[in-house]
Design a protein around this ligand. Structure first.
Ligand code: HEC
Length: 154
């Protein structure tokens, strides 16, 4: 049986609809990829901060720390337990304006000075922080992820 004129018409009309559907899918997939690419360093930073991903660190004297002890959250969560704590809670308030945590010149961090502190323990005013802050053997990518996370953290 020959297809009717109406069937031809329906087919002709569905082709642009299919093209539109494919284009819409491509746009959605690209948007999802962009969101993931934007989010993933922050997600990685979250994992590192909370000890869900391992970070190599040494205490000041050069002794390697067990991975469970090097998670930032262990020391930087403020006074959640009620005890006095001089160690900064790392969040966007800490990173939004210059502060004088150790007296002397005000310090404000960008990614480079944050990573220097992580690796060498020296702050942006060239003051060495406490020996209790581990020295981290952290890759550029992980350090950037940590900075992205802590500097946006509520
Ligand atoms: C064992 C405890 C401990 C752990 C774990 C730790 N820190 Fe620290 N951190 C400290 C101490 C102590 C200081 C220094 C406080 C001072 O000297 O004023 C410090 C200082 C800092 C500072 C400077 C803050 C300021 O006020 O200028 C940053 C930034 C920082 N730590 C980031 C991190 C990050 C990121 C992690 C996890 C990857 C981490 N720390 C893990 C103890 C720790």
């Amino acid at each position: 049986m020959r297809p009717s004129a109406a069937a031809f018409g329906a087919e002709a009309a569905s082709a642009p609809r299919r093209r539109f559907a494919v284009a819409a899918l491509v746009v959605v997939a690209l948007a999802a990829a962009a969101v993931l690419a934007w989010r993933s360093p922050i997600a990685r930073g979250y994992m590192l901060f909370h000890g869900h991903a391992a970070l190599e660190a040494k205490i000041f004297s050069g002794v390697a720390l067990p991975v469970s002890a090097s998670a930032c959250v262990n020391c930087h969560e403020g006074a959640a337990s009620g005890g006095p704590r001089a160690i900064a809670r790392l969040d966007r308030t800490t990173f939004s304006a210059p502060r004088t945590p150790r007296g002397g010149a005000p310090v404000s961090y960008d990614e480079a000075s944050f990573c220097r502190l992580m690796r060498e323990g020296v702050d942006p005013a060239s003051v060495m922080v406490s020996r209790l802050m581990p020295r981290f053997d952290v890759s550029d990518a992980d350090c950037a992820a940590l900075f992205a996370y802590v500097s946006r953290r509520p």
